[in-house]
Design a protein around this ligand. Structure first.
Ligand code: ASP
Length: 576
């Protein structure tokens, strides 16, 4: 076999007139009759190989086709000045082939490997070919670098990388668990971890003090475009710390990653309270790359003059101002009025032009003009209705509109902490409160012990890291006494008996010297895609699943042979 002496990024002018051997895939071929040019590609780069007639190499080159794997021995030549290719890293040189060997032939591939286009389902079916694309290779190399830098950073702080099991017990972390039937103990099941949460807390109790893991997590949730049933986290936990310590460590890690892997200084990471985020941006993950924050008009005197928009008891009225632009049309704005209506909200809009409010509720606003702070050619949207609903509605509109009118700067990263989430949230389907983060989170004791007994008012020592409107990760200070943990379980409807059965081991561990501890987890897939500015998580995962949870290459999930089910003691119902 013609075995490479150089990888393709290693070829340059300094090797001029030297004989080298390269290996790679045929990227493209240009047959000019008298002469054949072949671009050879490997993970590191692309090099032009020249085949001149009258040689054995030329005869072989004639039968080459896209994606053939070849070895070429040849002489490095500097290209003539007018033939240099500035788009190729190796564009100064080419290789004059002396020998060529076909190491593997290839059928005509069903997708382009050198262009970012084509039907995604077919690309996912032939993922190993799609992964030959330069952009996907770049993404996975970037991801590798990010993970290595993470290890480097955390190791330097004496964190220990410790693996935890994939086969475990179902936990109440919020999502549904994937379950795995046991063959040896028929009728029983393992669960795949939603995260290593319980294990990392047990590692703190065991005294390991600072833990991390590049951990795979599994959640059987209804999928959305930006979700995968299995995903990776930089999972960490620390003992003898408070919230600020964890946030400082994680903030510095993220800063380090941006600097080292992306070459960007993100500065210090500011903190915003959950309540403030909801009030100003209608979102617990505000995108701060643009302003357009909300103004609360509820207590302003002039709102009573706003007719159908004036607040009824318990309601609020909020406004957002859209900066000057020609993109947002009256039709768009009317669409918002309509969709507000279907959410039981009332919405009006007006443009401010020539010192006058026009369109929509222009007439209404003219009467209170001096009270509404707005500049020439800006548009206001005012929404009234049930408290949180108004904020959420306008929060969503804010992001949609900013995208539409193109005011979101690219290649800018706004990183921030959101602190003090509510401990519990109401689950309408199950008619009960559940932990908003997870039930191992430390509630604010002064809130918990408050007479009012209003669970929705209890804050948690929990915090999210947000970048450009995406939740990048979450963490919390943990409960570390049995008594408090049992109390929280009870509040979310887990009976004492059930708690004992499912988490007896965990509750018991709290009785043997559990140190105060806190932790965090960063979503790797999302962090990489935001840092790279790619729109789909699939572009940063080697073998991703579709939005419906399928692997199109392996064609899975799929049925298993009857005998395998029998071994597990499983009988499928006739109609599924
Ligand atoms: N286990 C949590 C999660 O996966 C993160 C944490 O609290 O450390 O969201």
């Amino acid at each position: 076999m013609l075995k490479r002496t150089h990888r393709l990024h290693e070829l340059n002018k300094s090797l001029t007139d030297k004989t080298v051997v390269i290996n790679g895939w045929v990227d493209r071929i240009r047959n000019l009759g008298g002469i054949i040019f072949v671009w050879v590609r490997d993970r590191y780069g692309i090099v032009q190989v020249l085949f001149e007639p009258g040689t054995q190499a030329y005869e072989t080159a004639k039968v080459l086709s896209g994606e053939y794997v070849i070895g070429v021995e040849g002489i490095v030549r500097e290209r003539p000045k007018d033939a240099k290719n500035v788009d190729l890293a190796s564009g100064d040189i080419e290789l004059l082939a002396e020998k060529v060997e076909i190491l593997a032939e290839s059928k005509t591939p069903p997708i382009y490997t050198n262009r970012d286009e084509g039907n995604e389902d077919i690309r996912l079916k032939y993922r190993y070919l799609d992964l030959r694309r330069r952009s996907l290779q770049r993404n996975l190399i970037f991801r590798h670098n990010l993970v290595q830098k993470t290890r480097e950073y955390l190791n330097s702080l004496d964190f220990l990388e410790i693996e935890t099991p994939y086969l475990m017990k179902s936990t109440p972390e919020g999502a549904r668990n994937f379950i795995v039937p046991s063959r040896l103990k028929q009728g029983t099941f393992y669960a795949l971890p939603q995260s290593p949460q319980i294990f990392k807390q047990l590692l703190m109790i065991a005294g390991f003090d600072r833990y991390y893991q590049i951990a795979r997590c599994f959640r059987d949730e209804d999928l959305r475009a930006d979700r995968q049933p299995e995903f990776t986290q930089i999972d960490l936990e620390m003992s003898f710390v408070d919230q600020e310590d964890v946030q400082e460590t994680v903030g510095n890690l993220v800063k380090y990653l941006f600097k080292e892997v992306r070459g960007i200084d993100i500065g210090d990471v500011p903190v915003m309270q959950y309540q403030t985020a909801m009030e100003l941006y209608g979102s617990d993950k505000p995108d701060l790359r643009f302003d357009m924050r909300m103004e609360n008009l509820t207590s302003k005197n002039f709102v009573s003059k706003l007719d159908f928009l004036s607040p009824k008891a318990g309601e609020e009225v909020k406004m957002i101002v859209i900066p000057k632009n020609d993109v947002i049309s009256r039709k768009d704005l009317d669409t918002y009025s309509e969709s507000a209506k279907s959410s039981n909200l009332r919405l009006g809009w007006a443009k401010f032009h020539g010192n006058n409010f026009t369109g929509g509720i222009g007439k209404l606003l003219s009467a209170v003009e001096s009270d509404v702070k707005v500049k020439e050619d800006e548009t206001v949207i005012i929404c009234a209705g049930k408290k949180n609903d108004v904020s959420t509605f306008l929060g969503r509109a804010r992001t949609e509109i900013a995208n539409k009118i193109g005011i979101i700067p690219q290649n800018t990263f706004k990183v921030l902490w959101i602190n003090d989430f509510p401990m519990f949230e109401w689950n309408e389907e199950e008619k009960r409160f559940q932990a908003q983060h997870h039930p191992f989170t430390m509630p604010y004791l002064e809130d918990l012990n408050n007479e009012s007994n209003d669970l929705s008012k209890i804050r948690a020592h929990s915090y999210d890291l947000v970048i450009n409107g995406w939740e990048m990760g979450s963490g919390s200070v943990r409960i570390h006494t049995r008594e408090l943990q049992e109390r929280v379980f009870k509040l979310i409807g887990i009976t004492e008996e059930e708690a004992k059965k499912r988490f007896g081991f965990f509750l018991e561990a709290f009785e043997y010297g559990a140190p105060p501890h806190a932790g965090f987890a960063i979503g790797v897939d999302r962090l990489v895609s935001v840092m790279l500015g790619v729109s789909s998580l699939r572009d940063v995962i080697a073998f991703p699943k579709t939005a419906s949870g399928s692997d199109l290459m392996m064609d899975t999930p799929s049925e298993v042979p009857e005998a395998q089910l029998r071994e597990l003691g499983i009988k499928l119902e006739e109609h599924r």
